[in-house]
Design a protein around this ligand. Structure first.
Ligand code: BDP
Length: 685
């Protein structure tokens, strides 16, 4: 179905001019070398061309016509035909490629060349995008390479088939505590991921239960290896989330102390066994000493000691340890400055800078709390100049509408990447931590929690497919704009009709802001129903131990995180960010309540009071949710009924729910503050 194909639609090309321009090349593909990944590339290209133009191209080892598409590794084209000499081939690295129209003697060749087969695969997907978007291929000359090393997806799938924070059905990987046998859907997922450059995947939830713990056992590894095979053919390496206490749970040892020789030995044996089954295994993803997960603390050891033990076991095989920094005390209560949850990651990890092995990389969530609609950038990013770091985003919309609301997240992530940490002076952007260049890191990159399940459209809300696509494209090249990425997704997904492209782009690009407008205001976050996190509940977490507060009383609201009178969290930033956040006058409005406790009558930089801002944005947000419906319905007849109806239904639900948010939030603050809306609108619930 159209829903299922997501952005790999390859809509049939109707326009005669476009057909003609491509007809020249589309009849024949030449591929002189075979590797598993190159074969995938050729298959994808042949399939794409068939869908676009209606005819399957021939595939051969040597040219059979004067025009053809050549897919391969650069060296080979040179050797086989002498068409390109080496000097013409820029070095594109392990994953880059060249797309080039070459005219030699009687031949006119469209060359897709990688230095490696993976590069060629990415090149093929790029070429197909150009064909889909009707780009002229004559004189084509594109040289591309990904900016970031690890471009990873984290599945939060459980072996029983449920998905932690999943909003699109069941797992496509697991069912009833087994790895699925039919890999068709997993292969289709691998295609989607590879088409936007994803090269790594952790297949199971970071909260590892008993069954998943055994994925690294001799008995389970053959089945896991089958998953690895599918992903390998698309250039994606497989990782596993592990249980820190596996030596006890699986190995029958009486301890998991990372300094005990028998524990270290157990991990070494286990690693060797994994690599017997999966020779290119990526490594371990670890959530330890966080939210009741076991970790090194139980033995009085620190995170570095825990991570390094695993790193040593994987090191001989080229594997890595991805150690998550989402560590805080979830059993605390607000007692003193030090219990501010926002401080936790930095407080735990910063002192360990320099003590991790070089095949360990710390995975840091983009913000200090937990994927809220608006958070400052985590101050840990850039704070460790001798430790590998990567950045974690959440594609699944846990706190951003759970794929029932439209919330295009690329603009949010763009802001994170463009944030200047000042870690090494002006110009120390987060994107240069991601690509490892700021401190010359050996391992770096991005991970994001997937938003897919076994729903026909993968993502619950069909428009949420754009977040998965956009994540891949953004971490391939962080300099792409949100507008460019959105437009590409729309063209690939819905075709090139300009009205559709413009309208859907407007909707996507406005949606994050709209969602922010009717939910928790000014960076304070939370205000959601506990546990499932859907829908408004202003005090839901206010009196719980999870460490998320807004401190609203009759006078004012916000968390004082300043150095002078608050938790000192602001002091974790480098200057001048520290001062910017510390001072009320320079703290950006959208983060005001994250850093300051202010009276409702406090005037924002916008000139509005806090209380009026709360009312105003709630009213506007709910109206803008209606506007989304109007935009979408203006496209009736231009989008296939199946997807049209599905999206419409979600947008209607969103608009209703936005009113609920508006009313719950407005009423709460009206009753707390006793201050009426300046414009006299009715506030009720
Ligand atoms: C939070 C989720 C929780 C995850 C946790 C994590 O609510 O389900 O286990 O993050 O990242 O966002 O480990």
């Amino acid at each position: 179905s159209t829903m299922y194909k997501a952005w790999l639609q390859n809509h049939h090309v109707e326009q005669p001019e476009l057909r003609e321009a491509l007809a020249r090349w589309s009849g024949s593909i030449v591929a002189s070398v075979h590797t598993e990944v190159l074969d995938t590339a050729v298959k994808e290209l042949a399939l794409g061309i068939k869908q676009l133009y209606g005819e399957k191209p021939t595939v051969s080892k040597v040219p059979q016509s004067e025009t053809f598409i050549y897919v391969g590794v650069a060296d080979q084209l040179d050797k086989s035909f002498g068409y390109l000499d080496k000097s013409e081939i820029p070095r594109v690295g392990q994953e880059g490629y060249i797309l080039k129209h070459v005219v030699r003697e009687q031949h006119s060749i469209l060359a897709v060349l990688g230095e490696t087969d993976r590069g060629a695969l990415y090149g093929v997907f790029h070429l197909l995008r150009l064909m889909n978007m009707g780009v002229q291929l004559e004189h084509l000359h594109i040289v591309e390479r990904p900016r970031n090393q690890l471009r990873m997806i984290n599945q939060w799938d459980n072996a029983d088939g449920t998905i932690e924070r999943g909003y699109a059905g069941h797992s496509i990987f697991f069912n009833e505590n087994q790895i699925v046998e039919d890999m068709t859907r997993i292969k289709d997922y691998a295609r989607l991921l590879a088409s936007v450059g994803i090269n790594a995947i952790a297949i199971n939830n970071v909260n590892v239960n008993e069954v998943e713990t055994a994925f690294i056992s001799e008995e389970q590894l053959p089945a896991v290896a089958k998953l690895a095979d599918v992903f390998r053919s698309y250039g994606i390496r497989l990782y596993i989330s592990i249980h820190f206490a596996s030596p006890m749970e699986l190995g029958g040892l009486s301890s998991a102390d990372p300094l005990l020789p028998e524990v270290r030995e157990w991990w070494k044996m286990t690693a060797a066994c994994i690599y017997d089954h999966i020779p290119d295994f990526g490594g371990f993803l670890v959530k330890a000493d966080s939210e009741h997960r076991p970790g090194p603390f139980a033995y009085g050891r620190d995170h570095a000691e825990g991570a390094n033990m695993l790193a040593e076991a994987l090191e001989p095989f080229g594997g890595i340890v991805i150690w998550r920094c989402f560590v805080y005390n979830c059993m605390q209560d607000w007692r003193d400055r030090s219990t501010d949850r926002a401080r936790a990651a930095y407080d735990h990890f910063k002192p360990l800078d320099g003590s991790f092995h070089d095949n360990v990389v710390l995975q840091v969530k983009n913000g200090p709390m937990d994927f809220q609609v608006r958070e400052p950038v985590s101050p840990l990013l850039g704070a460790m100049n001798q430790t590998n770091q990567m950045i974690e985003f959440q594609i699944t919309q846990e706190y951003t509408g759970q794929q029932r609301h439209l919330c295009y997240l690329i603009p949010q992530w763009k802001e994170v990447l463009e944030f200047d940490t000042h870690a090494k002076g002006k110009g120390s952007y987060v994107k240069h931590i991601g690509d490892g260049t700021l401190f010359g890191m050996k391992i770096s990159g991005y991970a994001a929690v997937s938003n897919i399940g076994d729903d026909e459209n993968w993502t619950g809300h069909t428009l949420a497919q754009a977040n998965l696509h956009g994540y891949g494209r953004l971490v391939w090249n962080p300099d792409l704009t949100a507008e460019e990425i959105a437009e590409e997704w729309i063209r690939l997904t819905f075709g090139n009709e300009e009205q559709v492209v413009r309208t859907v782009a407007d909707m996507l690009l406005a949606s994050w802001h709209i969602y922010e407008q009717y939910t928790a205001p000014l960076g304070v976050g939370w205000m959601v129903a506990p546990n499932h996190h859907y829908g408004p509940d202003v005090d839901g977490y206010e009196y719980s131990r999870w460490g998320t507060y807004h401190f609203a009383d009759r006078e004012g609201i916000g968390v004082d995180r300043t150095d002078k009178s608050g938790t000192g969290y602001a002091g974790q930033y480098f200057s001048p960010n520290r001062e910017m956040y510390n001072q009320l006058s320079s703290c950006p409005d959208e983060l005001l309540l994250f850093f300051h406790h202010v009276p409702y009558t406090h005037k924002l930089q916008s000139g509005q009071t806090v209380i009026q801002h709360i009312y105003e944005t709630r009213f506007t947000g709910a109206e803008r949710a209606e506007w989304l419906i109007q935009q979408w319905t203006s496209l009736e007849g231009k989008i296939d009924p199946e997807r049209y109806e599905q999206v419409l239904e979600r947008l209607q639900e969103q608009a209703e729910h936005a009113k609920e948010w508006r009313d719950v939030i407005n009423t709460y603050f009206y009753r707390k503050s006793g201050i009426a809306d300046e414009k006299g609108r009715t506030i009720y619930r």
